[in-house]
Design a protein around this ligand. Structure first.
Ligand SMILES: NC(=O)c1ccc[n+]([C@@H]2O[C@H](COP(=O)([O-])OP(=O)(O)OC[C@H]3O[C@@H](n4cnc5c(N)ncnc54)[C@H](O)[C@@H]3O)[C@@H](O)[C@H]2O)c1
Length: 259
């Protein structure tokens, strides 16, 4: 027998994550911050992890606005910190419905100049960090027979990008891992998807020289860079019950730039 999930139109329109518990990594800045704020507005209870102290102020503000939110300074690269924080979050909220693997870094250098350290650092956060967090949370999702995993890839995983051997390797791997997780975890009612953002205005892209930003514009049919909220909207869709039959995809949100 096929059981279709019940949808409540008014509730869905008003609060798309009502009472869902969402863990957002790298949630204190940029795309992660826009996602934390959006998820809070949509009724989610939130576990936010970041290395940045800005998380304290963000959590205090959202608490004042009525959100049940825990901020912890956790590095996604540290298995012990991740496991302890997952256990704490589970004790506090009783469940974890949504994992947004958003934390990421760049250390750009052309292949001929990239150091082993620059390679390792980016692999540790963008790839191993996603593996560690997902492996820590998936057993809880399996037990509750419900889960939404959404990870940050990039449109450079599809296009390639000059000077980003390390970063592109991780973002391509996210697409592959997502497909594997969709296959392995589907039977537990867990979906796994990723998003491939294009150029989005955040601290990460503030590092880019102005002439490089300008040079990117002709390749974007919509003629502009995206805002963090453009990606938060994608995370929201894939984390919501509206996407309950969507799994294993990479949703490109880049103004039409991907080739
Ligand atoms: N901005 C873009 O144009 C763009 C494009 C494609 C993909 N992305 C991806 O989207 C995600 C968010 O990017 P952003 O532009 O908002 O970046 P950002 O630099 O503005 O924010 C990233 C956040 O992750 C946190 N972080 C870094 N290392 C961490 C760690 N080890 N543990 C926990 N938190 C850590 C940082 O402190 C920061 O708050 C990243 O995965 C990035 O690769 C961004």
């Amino acid at each position: 027998m096929v059981i279709f999930p019940q949808t409540h139109i008014i509730e869905t329109q008003n609060m798309r994550l009502k009472d869902k518990v969402a863990l957002i990594t790298g949630g204190a800045n940029g795309i992660g911050l826009a996602t934390t704020e959006r998820f809070a507005k949509e009724g989610a209870k939130i576990i936010m992890w970041d290395l940045s102290d800005k998380g304290v102020e963000v959590a205090e503000r959202l608490k004042r606005e009525g959100c049940d939110i825990i901020f912890r300074k956790v590095s996604v690269t540290n298995e012990d910190e991740v496991n302890a924080a997952v256990a704490e979050a589970r004790t506090h909220f009783g469940r974890i419905d949504i994992l947004i693997n958003n934390a990421g870094i760049t250390k750009d250098r052309t292949l001929l100049k990239m150091s082993r350290q620059e390679w390792d650092d980016v692999i540790a956060v963008n790839l191993t960090g996603v593996f560690i967090c997902t492996q820590a949370v998936a057993p809880i999702m399996k037990e509750q027979n419900y889960g939404r995993i959404v990870s940050a890839s990039s449109n450079v995983a599809i296009r390639g990008n000059f000077g980003q051997t390390n970063y592109v390797a991780t973002k391509s791997a996210i697409i592959g891992m997502t497909k594997v997780w969709a296959m392995e975890l589907g039977k537990y009612n867990i979906t796994a998807n990723c998003i491939a953002p294009g150029f989005i205005t955040t601290a990460m892209t503030d590092l880019m020289p102005e002439e490089v930003r300008q040079a990117s514009l002709p390749s974007i049919p919509l003629g502009r860079w995206g805002a963090p909220e453009d990606i938060a909207n994608g995370y929201l869709y894939l984390a919501s019950d509206e996407a309950s039959f969507v799994s294993g995809i990479c949703l490109t949100i880049d103004g039409g730039a991907a080739r």
